[in-house]
Design a protein around this ligand. Sequence first.
Ligand SMILES: [Zn+2]
Length: 369
Amino acid sequence: MSHPRLDLDADVVTLTAQLVDIASVSLDEKAIADAVEAALSPLPHLTVTRRGHTVVARTDLGRAERVVIAGHLDTVPLNDNLPHRREQTPDGELLHGLGTCDMKGGDAVILKLAAELAEPNRDVTFILYEAEEIEAEHNGLRKLSLSDPDLLAADFAILMEPSNAAVEAGCQGTLRLEVRTHGERAHSARSWRGVNAIHAAGDVLARLAAYEARRPVIDGLEYHEGLNAVFIAGGVAGNVVPDACVVTVNHRFAPDRTEAEAEAFVREFFAGYDVELVDSAPGALPGLGVPAAAAFVEAVGGRVAPKFGWTDVARFSALGIPAVNFGPGDPMYAHKQDEFVPAADIVRCEQQLRSWLGAPATPYDEERP
Ligand SMILES: [Zn+2]
């Protein structure tokens, strides 16, 4: 692809389509990051920094508050769903194609705000980053937090992941653990001489089936935990009583617990078994009590839902920065072959953020439909 360009004067839906047509599968984001950098660099009110294929653009007006507005530039692999396609439906216009929902509609909003708000009422750090859809070691936001923590400093952060243009706060943490049962091999013709480890896993599954989820309310939001077997492995041969079985368990836990507390819960739950932690990631508290967060929620209509999945909001929480998801598109369509975004979602997100960052003399409530 030869130097695609982005037209920041185009409307936000057209700009979304331009972003979608620059393919940017994870680890192949050079072309889109070059286009983003080339579009933002000439703007005199922004200081632009490039790290790898992550672009950061900041205003520096000495405002009392600073907010981060961030989105990832990468997508999952192509699935015969580029270039974009626009469709008029009775319910409004839809934009189809890879990355329309996750999350180039949000990226387009970020670019429009960065280009057009020369004097926002809060200082803004716009971040368009690489490699969110793959292993965490590549994640542009994670890399930035290690190389340039100053660039992430903020009072509040908005991640424009698809959330139906509504606010989703906090996120649940996740643990994966292996629960092992042990036995003794024997020929299955003389099975009484062995101990069957797969049979022993029956009690592990029975405990899981009897699990009752905790549903804690935090900052007025009800979370919903989960404990599920996601893999099971065991067996030696068709005529051998197996001596080992492994049940892999995934625990999704509400953000009022730390990773260590959640792990302790699972170990207690499987008391008597050999339990090994495979990996974990912390949840993020909603943090809606912070003034910048409360003002944002108020400005976009006051409705907030809890986030059950894990997202990069947890990275901000780990830095002590409250963060929410707020972006166009239905997350149910993320990563699907037929993903799309309603044009109205993108426009609404842009308008609401524009009002929130606009002149303080124009309260959003007067414009609220
Ligand atoms: Zn995403």
